[in-house]
Unconditional design. Sequence first.
Lengths: 242, 228
Amino acid sequence: MGGYGDVELITKDGKRLDGRLADELRDITFEVGVLPAARGSCRMTWGLNIAEVAVYGPMEAHPRKIQRPDRAVLDVRYNMAPFSTTDRIRPGFNRRSREISKVTAEALESIVMVEMFPRSKIRVEIEILCAEAGTRCCGITAAAVALADAGIPMKDMLVSVAAGKINDVVVLDLDKAEDNYGQADLPVGIMPNTEELAFLQMDGDLSPDEFNLAMEYNMKAAKEIHKLQIEALKSKYNGGSE
Amino acid sequence: MNEVYSGAPERLVIPGDTIEEGSDFTAGSGVIKIENKLIATQLGHVKENNGTVYLQACNSAYMPRSGDLVIGFVTSMRGNLWLFDIGGPFEALLPMSLSPWNTQYGDLEEHMGVGDYALIRVQEVDSQHGVVCTMKGIGLRKITTGVVESIGSNSIKLFVGSEGKNLQKLKENSGCRITVADNGKIWIEGEDKGISAVRDVSLDFSNSNTPYPNKNLKKIFENKMEGL
């Protein structure tokens, strides 16, 4: 979020650098069940972002000190592959990945019925294979699909999407240039059926009116992405039962 | 079994979907009732039985219940008990007193060590989901012969078949002894050729990333059963 106001990111006719309008999403695809060893998995592409998520468990929580007597713990690991960006990323955990892992775990805890599995752990591994701004939203949205694929009981699905501000215009789903040179970024986690928020972060400044517009864009986009989540899950299990 | 949902076609739901609104149905497994709405909490097919709406989950973890016959392997030991991985969210305990051997405190490894498989029965599941197992009972034993395969707890019904027909056919054709445990593990004992024949069928379940219920998997299984 550089906030360099002199970089032109949106044209006079309201089109952005990649030709999208202010309230348009990048192309999104889901593929469910891509990792045979995992109980549930999802590969999501969001623009140029590619995320793969694997879910394991519920399983006995180790080390025992992390066990909770009344609920399961979500062990979320968000990691960007060294080759995911043009500058090679040093492998392993860093401050940013720790923060995103924590945010993701807390967002997912609000949908997963953790009280059904006391003393156990649900492992969620998010691997970003290609990054182009919005990887946390991509990871969280894919994680919700992978959790559903794994049969983990959940109150609702979770969709994460970000709106922001570029050249004083509120836009949906920032790409890399917009993220780097824009003025604000507002990623949120939305439960699409109840329209409740699971998390909200804000980087930069938005006026109350801009904030409301950004939330309106986010809510509309969440519904669109939720439809794609349903489609992906149903297409995998479309064979029907007995 | 009465498994017809209000005469409506069976439908697939995902977590958060509203199954029914303003009805008198009660919420069963995989369903919660919020403000008179029945909400799905898992990915599965909607079923109804005697006024209770429940989900037949497409993929779910094995949840141990008292009386279940399970196959597990020893993950660790204490002075007076073995800890088993039975494929569920919680490890199962096998206390020394519930083993068939007259063991002394600290001498557990003489009979069973880490990595050994055993056929055991769940004796008790407490409120904290502590699982206590027993190895005292007919047929319960340490597994030293044959192979253990996994088919998944959701697939047992299909694998065994109605009135055990599929299982019986597999046993007769392969000449093997097959024990199907409630945690989705099977123990196959017999000649190598027979074991290969059973594994050929069971591997479809363990290799499939789309667990049962799934029409494709069912079709493949039925074709193989017919070809036996």
